[in-house]
Design a protein around this ligand. Structure first.
Ligand SMILES: [Zn+2]
Length: 233
């Protein structure tokens, strides 16, 4: 890290948590101790004493990985629970980026699993062909902290069944992301070059996956309505 950034009041450091790089906004304040916070919107911040170095901050963050992971997990579980309550109250659920009737549905989990099992093979076939790589096994799992994960040594990939709630482009993005790990296991510059090449919209889609599936579905349906009325913004 350049020396000049070391004296500024704020700086963003990255910490690897459960296989994902999490940005942490570090702010120098008139405090005695290092204070780490995970907010309900899943942002992480750290305040450090005026005289502390960014290297100290980074070491501190690296030692607090498990703590950060546990807090993010708790927030995500709570968000998901709220989401399910909202679904039940609304009588609709988000499916492939649209709100569908859920009044006769027994289990959202089962529906998402079935839907993902149906669509995944088609997407995998297309993306593998495009990328020229091949995974040996695909597993579907309901996960709270990640959309997918890959064990490159075994060429095995796990996908989060919750992806069925989001627009199909999100599934394609996660498939591409995990297949990129067969070429490059870590999230380095080479990995991002691959992802940019095979999924040019990856940044937009990653941003979409940070929002709730219901929110994404509602936003999409209002865009479609506006297009129908030829509203220009
Ligand atoms: Zn990854």
């Amino acid at each position: 890290m350049p020396r000049t950034r070391d004296t500024s009041a704020t700086c963003t450091l990255m910490v690897e948590v459960s296989g994902a790089s999490i940005p942490v906004v570090v702010t120098r304040k008139r405090v005695k101790n290092l204070n780490l916070r995970v907010r309900s919107d899943e942002t992480v911040s750290l305040s450090i004493p005026m005289g502390a170095s960014m290297a100290t901050a980074q070491n501190f963050l690296n030692r607090r990985r498990t703590w950060i992971a546990a807090h993010l997990e708790r927030i995500r579980t709570r968000t998901q629970q709220r989401q399910e309550d909202a679904d039940a109250a609304a009588g609709t659920i988000p499916l492939w980026g649209e709100l569908v009737d859920a009044s006769t549905l027994d289990s959202t989990d089962d529906l998402y699993r079935r839907e993902l099992a149906r669509r995944l093979p088609l997407v995998v076939e297309r993306v593998e062909e495009h990328m020229g790589v091949h995974a040996l096994s695909w597993q579907l799992r309901r996960m709270t902290s990640r959309w997918g994960s890959c064990t490159p040594a075994r060429r095995s990939i796990r996908m989060n069944t919750m992806l069925a709630a989001y627009p199909p482009a999100c599934l394609e993005f996660v498939v591409t992301h995990e297949l990129c790990h067969l070429i490059e296991p870590s999230h380095n510059a080479r990995f991002h070059e691959l992802l940019d090449r095979f999924c040019p919209r990856n940044r937009d889609i990653a941003a979409m996956l940070k929002r709730s599936a219901r929110e994404v579905a509602v936003a999409r349906s209002s865009t479609t309505r506006d297009e129908g009325r030829h509203v220009t913004r």
